[in-house]
Design a protein around this ligand. Structure first.
Ligand SMILES: Cc1cc2nc3c(=O)[nH]c(=O)nc-3n(C[C@H](O)[C@H](O)[C@H](O)COP(=O)(O)O)c2cc1C
Length: 388
């Protein structure tokens, strides 16, 4: 079992290096780089191919600490609410999972520079005052490095777990807008707040301490018209999916229109939004070895888990994942980058050329793959001008 090094930082002040906060330094990079933490059992790949990746906090902390030491800009994990055995199969895919809001608090004193982005379903019973307060506390624990990925939940089963009826998409984003407005008021107002909204109200509510940055980093991962309207109104970062499935060539051809559309929507509102995609990186010394390993991940897929996983993502009230095939889902989510270190960096350059501002990387076997990335791919990214 991996154990995080004891490097507790208890920074009550805004963490600044060379006059810049962690978020400002991230924005300064030619290509932002994040690590998609494996909070879920099996992470992104419903395959039985051998690996040691583990959903435990110790394993995730080790990943986050290493990403932080390398100089990654952010770490992030998704949040899903699944019933017993998760997506099932022999591997009980995603049966156990950490919660990213809680886990981010644990990562705060173990990391120094990296942004900690917590995914939170804001429509499952939490009050904006709860999230504003809990977020402000993690922000303080981390020296102003906390951000929130606001998700509205598109699977009918999830709200039912909370005894709630599913809500149509447009209304979900209207509610998320009110939720976000209220959080922002609570983070920025220096007086008690009386708020009388359509879905939430407060009487003399106050949050102290305020986040060190005043406003934490706001993130979203929408695709629909209503979702993009929300994201371009409030979010600093948006995660997007490949419109053309996992193939990187097709992804690079189809992404520019999407990225242009998102940025134009933000610009109309006088805002600047950064678009990130999450590539699944399978890197070996040569292209042939990388493809051999990718084929093994695919061949050893857990069929039951894969079919349940794909059905969940392809179903539901969402637009993001329609272009992804069953085979794509067997290997991992979103665009697949397979090859030697040089090939991987060439694909990163191509992705940047689509207008993408950053990559949120996931792996099959996180710690060894991250170590290999650190040794062989990371230096090439600097040489290619993707990092400074
Ligand atoms: C990288 C990435 C991470 C995401 N993480 C989550 C998550 O943790 N939980 C969740 O419910 N939705 C998450 N989403 C969002 C949904 O998968 C889906 O993309 C979104 O709801 C679709 O947008 P729409 O609601 O506008 O149709 C994520 C999306 C992406 C691209």
């Amino acid at each position: 079992m991996f154990s995080p090094r004891p490097r507790i930082s208890t920074a009550p002040d805004l963490h600044v290096v060379d006059g810049l906060t962690s978020f400002e330094r991230a924005l300064d990079q030619p290509l932002m780089v994040g690590l998609f933490l494996p909070h879920q059992q099996g992470a992104w790949s419903p395959s039985k191919a051998p690996r040691d990746t583990d959903w435990s906090f110790a394993y995730n902390a080790e990943c986050a600490v290493q990403a932080d030491e390398m100089g990654f800009d952010l770490v992030f994990a998704l949040a899903q609410w699944l019933a017993k055995d998760g997506y099932g199969g022999e591997i009980k895919f995603r049966a156990n999972a950490l919660d990213p809001f809680v886990a981010s608090a644990g990562l705060a004193p173990l990391t120094k520079n990296v942004l900690l982005i917590s995914t939170v379903h804001v429509l499952y019973g939490l009050h904006p005052l709860h999230v504003a307060k809990y977020g402000a506390v993690i922000d303080h624990m981390s020296g102003g490095r906390w951000g929130i990925n606001v998700v509205t939940g598109y699977k009918e089963k999830e709200p039912r777990m909370f005894g709630l009826e599913p809500i149509g998409r447009d209304e979900r984003y209207e509610r998320a807008s009110e939720f976000t407005e209220l959080m922002k008021l609570l983070w920025t107002r220096d007086e008690n707040l009386d708020f009388d909204g359509r879905w939430w109200s407060t009487g003399q509510a106050f949050v102290a301490p305020k986040p060190l940055n005043r406003l934490p980093v706001l993130v979203n991962a929408a695709s629909s018209g209503a979702g993009l309207n929300y994201a371009t109104s409030y979010s600093d970062l948006i995660f997007t999916t490949s419109p053309a499935g996992a193939d990187p060539e097709k992804t690079c051809q189809s992404l520019p229109d999407r990225v242009r559309h998102i940025k134009a929507m933000a610009k109309e509102k006088g805002r600047n939004i950064r678009v990130l995609i999450n590539p699944h990186v399978i890197c070996r010394s040569t292209d042939a070895e990388a493809w051999e390993w990718r084929d093994r991940i695919l061949a050893e897929r857990d069929w039951v888990a894969t079919e349940n996983f794909a059905a969940d993502f392809l179903g539901g009230d969402q637009d993001s994942w329609r272009g992804h095939s069953l085979e794509n889902w067997s290997v991992g989510g979103n665009v697949h980058l397979v090859g030697s270190p040089t090939t991987i960096v060439n694909w990163m350059v191509r992705l940047k050329e689509t207008g993408i501002d950053g990559v949120q990387i996931n792996f099959f076997d996180f710690l060894p793959d991250l170590a290999c990335f650190r040794e062989k791919v990371w230096p090439l990214m600097f040489e290619a001008g993707l990092r400074n």
